[in-house]
Design a binder for this molecule. Structure first.
Ligand code: ZN
Length: 290
């Protein structure tokens, strides 16, 4: 056993596969297009075998939804997804059998939440919530050193939203709910309304205020439920200049100043940069046992 950990960030368009260790060094990585499970998963396994390591564990941070019930015969499978070919795909099983090691699997956002809590923007706190706002919206939370799960994993992107008065004409972009948080604030909803990404809209475009307002309502909802020490806002949409400051300001207004903590200290950007996916997979392996 040489202490290497196999890492898979299983995304809807690409798999990033890497080899890491407990020191958080990632020695090698590759990218594999997400086509069909019977192609993509064996390609990931082949690459990991070619690296010549014996792995102590494999961490998989995957798109979802996932069956995470250890007692379920379909544990580690993707469940119902709109992505063609991937409904009911077994992700954990073939990887674990091929590499002959323990598998730690969870959603990509749960992996990122755990990594940000262990090593990033939530380090040293007792509670951290991570929300990614990009092609979709997803969130995970660590409370008391553990990721929060119910009978499934959280689906924070699908909370229902109040509507911004200047946005009532837009039906929303979520195929399941229309105007849930993801349907109103993810990248595709921005392009559907205004024909460009938020960062490409003029600085005085109303889209900036509207998207910040939705995210602020979401922040106030998550504060009401958990009041986490940190709310880490990541993802491509959050890279828009000044969006984070708008969200902070509007979240204070949305909650009427009800929650404790300086919004600049509570509502923060990610600290782990571009490797959040693989570090999330590593965090799933390295997480403290309760
Ligand atoms: Zn939805």
């Amino acid at each position: 056993m040489d202490g290497k950990v196999a890492l898979i960030e299983a995304g809807g368009t690409k798999f990033i596969v890497g080899v890491g260790d407990a020191s958080r060094r990632i020695d090698a990585r590759t990218r594999i297009d997400t086509t069909r499970p019977e192609e993509t998963i064996p390609a990931a396994i082949d690459w990991l075998r070619q690296q010549g390591s014996r792995y102590s564990a494999v961490g998989i941070a995957s798109f979802g939804p996932l069956d995470l019930d250890r007692a379920s015969p379909t544990w580690g499978h993707i469940t119902r997804t709109t992505k063609p070919h991937w409904s009911n795909a077994d992700v954990a099983g073939p990887v674990g059998r091929a590499l002959g090691c323990r598998v730690a699997i969870d959603t990509d956002v749960n992996g990122a939440a755990l990594a940000e809590w262990m090593w990033g923007a939530g380090q040293g706190t007792g509670s951290t919530l991570y929300l990614t706002v990009g092609t979709g919206v997803g969130g995970g939370a660590v409370v008391g050193g553990r990721l929060v799960h119910g009978i499934g994993h959280p689906e924070m992107g699908h909370i229902r939203m109040p509507r911004h008065p200047a946005d009532l004409g837009f039906a929303g972009h979520c195929p399941f709910h229309g105007d849930c948080l993801e349907g109103l604030a993810a990248g595709p909803s921005i392009i559907a309304r205004w024909g460009a990404s938020l960062s490409d809209l003029p600085a005085d475009h109303e889209g900036h205020e509207i998207i910040a307002w939705y995210l602020a309502q979401a922040v106030q909802t998550f504060q009401a439920i958990l009041e986490p020490a940190r709310i880490v806002l990541g993802g491509g949409v959050m890279a828009t200049p000044r969006l984070l400051d708008r969200v902070r300001r509007m979240a204070v207004a949305a909650s009427a100043g009800y929650f404790s903590g300086d919004p600049a200290a509570v509502i923060v950007p990610p600290a782990l940069g571009d490797d959040t996916g693989l570090l999330g997979a590593l965090a799933l392996v390295e997480q403290p046992t309760p």
